[in-house]
Design a protein around this ligand. Structure first.
Ligand code: B12
Ligand code: SF4
Length: 590
């Protein structure tokens, strides 16, 4: 017997392990002797045709799909095409998106035979039994299409099923994942659920606030095994809120230190679930990166969305982590329906503070809020949500087909993440412009730093005012997209902003030059090696002159950079001289 699973990710996420599918496949292989295959989700119609052409239905028990909001239209399309070709093969959905709206999905999409709601481990035996018998077994969590050999959907009130003990979960056989050798940072599940109740969060619904961790022995022994088997020392410890239980974290860190494994690891947590001592201990135990969801820089919004971070305390912890050598990744969200101009300005301000901080953070993310299915926020504002075709990164699938767009428009409940919450204080155009500019701000890092250090507190306000002003005239936002090709357009908007808003000529010309320089850095890195963009970009004062020397430059261009030791802005004039052996022009300090 065989089963095929399609991941909810596309090829862009090859470096990320589909832990859910791996855990299910490992269990099915071991306990049910079902050979499992995990495939990438095709991203366009040609890829769908190819995937179906390659599909072999010999001994195929079912085709399973892991579902996520952003790839859900593509998942449905693929499933429909598989059903067309292999009518008798059951289609099984699971994962975060299908779990939120199982009934609606089954009702609208006849080709979906079964949806496994919530955590699947406890349901796998029943799933296999019922597929084999082609009949439903009365249980919570498995939702059947009436066409799947039964007369009615059995359970009218599905509960999300929890697996009680993390240590009892099936062992993962990572070799099932075809790209296992491409993984640089090995993901390990450390536990599940989060006790907080942020109103926009989908995970809190999925796990129903049931916070769990693997025992320290189990976790450390898994790390040791993976270190040996895959010869890796770099881990990502997956949990939405890894440090919530501080006693656990202390014990875990001490046991890593005692083990002398010398691994590097990253995790996610809230800024109020760490303190300085814990951060220091985590650093000593090998923690190199922490993802902190901050969402808003406004204490008012923090309360409204029930995130309840105290911004000044969050800044202190995040900066402290950075100072001691744990690189933070911080994440912001704009577009809350209750957001006022002053709240958005506070978020932009904090974003700019972090963007200007040295040493640089690992990442500063900005997201446009997406109404995720069945979250408290979406339930409350569902009647107001709108679709305008602008895709935030939460619906980050490009090139929607006609069929996909039609479905999105027809079923807002199922595809709510493609919609947005209108805001009566801030126009949609202003949001789109600001989000887009800040999304690509990593490409204009020197500009944003110089701009923020020059204007300080006034920087965010000026940016917001200008973009609200010009957005009135932008009726068509189709040229504004989260798409690499729009980076030069971001530069044009920034130049326009500087020219119209800064009167001091000296600083104005510097800022315009920095935009040009940043754009040029993008060009250089994109042409030569897109992958290495960030690492190349992260030059330091010590290596920056050498680094800049090795780059190709426009004649007579000034490059600016900050010396982190004294925070002084340095400028050097560069011009093109000769070609090196790779036929690349070199810049020389003038
Ligand atoms: C790791 C992670 C990622 C990784 C890898 C995802 C992956 N391949 O699994 C990366 C970084 C790539 C990622 C990216 C994104 N993510 Co993400 N991610 C997570 C995170 C933190 C953990 C997922 C995980 O590994 N869980 C552990 C495993 C064991 O659980 P699981 O995958 O849910 O699988 C279990 C069940 O769901 C079920 N199951 C899953 N699939 C299937 C299939 C079948 C057939 C069956 C029977 C059962 C089943 O069985 C498993 C065992 O119980 C979750 C948050 C969370 N706690 O769930 C968010 C989460 C899944 N991500 C989310 C989002 C929105 C995104 C992005 C869109 C974010 C963005 N702006 O870019 C992108 C989209 C990527 C893409 N699809 O193209 C949302 C999804 C919400 C939704 N309703 O769909 C979540 C829930 C975060 C949140 N708080 O809202 N993500
Ligand atoms: S703290 Fe994070 S994981 Fe927990 S509910 Fe809030 S957003 Fe979700």
């Amino acid at each position: 017997m065989r089963a095929i699973f399609f991941n909810s990710n596309n090829q862009g996420f090859h470096n990320s392990l589909p832990l859910g599918l791996l855990i299910i496949s490992s269990y099915l292989e071991e306990k049910h002797h079902i050979k499992c295959e995990i495939l990438d989700l095709p991203m366009d119609n040609d890829e769908v045709k190819k995937a179906i052409g390659n599909l072999n239905n010999n001994n195929l028990l079912f085709v399973g799909f892991s579902t996520m909001c952003n790839t859900f239209p593509k998942t449905l399309y693929l499933a429909s095409q598989i059903k067309k070709k292999f009518n008798n093969i059951p289609i099984v959905f699971g994962g975060p998106q299908a779990s939120m709206l199982p009934r609606q999905i089954i009702e609208h999409y006849n080709f979906v035979d079964i949806i496994v709601v919530g955590e699947a481990e406890n349901l796998l035996d029943k799933l296999i039994l019922s597929i084999k018998a082609s009949r439903a077994i009365e249980s919570i969590g498995l939702i059947y299409n009436p066409h799947f050999g039964i007369n009615q959907i059995k359970n009218n009130n599905p509960q999300i099923v929890n697996t009680a003990d993390m240590d009892l979960l099936p062992e993962i056989n990572y070799n099932i994942y075809p790209n296992i050798n491409d993984i640089d940072e090995f993901e390990i599940e450390t536990g599940r659920g989060c006790p907080y109740k942020c109103t926009y969060c989908s995970a809190t619904k999925f796990y129903q606030n049931n916070y769990r961790l693997k025992s320290i022995n189990k976790l450390v022994s898994e790390i040791i095994n993976i270190t040996k088997q895959y010869n890796t020392k770099v881990f990502s410890l997956m949990h939405d809120n890894f440090t919530y239980d501080k006693r656990y974290i202390k014990k875990f860190c001490n046991s890593l230190i005692d083990s002398n494994l010398n691994i590097e690891w990253a995790c996610s947590t809230r800024a109020d679930c760490v303190d300085k001592n814990i951060l220091e201990l985590m650093f000593r135990a090998g923690c190199k990166n922490i993802f902190f969801g901050i969402e808003s820089g406004s204490d008012y919004i923090q309360k409204i969305i029930q995130k309840n971070l105290v911004i000044k305390d969050a800044i202190e912890m995040i900066n402290y982590a950075n100072l001691i050598g744990i690189k933070p990744t911080v994440s912001f969200i704009v577009g809350f329906p209750q957001e006022r101009s002053e709240d958005l300005i506070k978020t932009i301000n904090l974003f700019l503070i972090f963007r200007s901080t040295r040493p640089r953070f690992k990442g500063i993310q900005i997201h446009m809020l997406s109404p995720m299915s069945k979250t408290e926020l979406t339930n409350k504002y569902f009647s107001e949500i709108k679709y305008d075709g602008f895709l935030s990164d939460f619906s980050s699938v490009r090139n929607l087909t006609e069929w996909e767009e039609k479905e999105i428009k027809n079923f807002p409940e199922i595809f709510s993440s493609y919609y947005y919450f209108p805001n009566k204080n801030i126009s949609r155009q202003t949001y789109i412009l600001l989000y887009w500019i800040l999304f690509y701000s990593n490409r204009f890092d020197n500009f944003f730093r110089l701009y923020y250090l020059t204007l300080e507190e006034g920087a965010a306000c000026l940016l917001f005012d200008w973009f609200s002003k010009i957005s009135i005239h932008i009726k068509d936002t189709s040229h504004i997209k989260i798409d690499e090709s729009t980076v030069p357009l971001v530069a044009d908007y920034l130049k326009n902003f500087v020219e119209s808003n800064l009167s001091d000529n000296e600083i104005k010309f510097k800022l315009l030059d920095v935009i040009k320089f940043d754009l040029w850095l993008n060009y250089y890195c994109r042409v030569d090696n897109t992958e290495c963009f960030l690492s190349k970009y992260n030059y330091t004062a010590e290596d920056s002159e050498d680094y800049l020397l090795s780059l190709k430059q426009d004649e007579g261009l000034y490059a600016y950079y900050f010396n982190p030791q004294n925070n002084e802005l340095k400028s050097i004039k560069l011009f093109l001289t000769e070609s090196n052996s790779n036929n690349k022009k070199r810049a020389k300090i003038f």
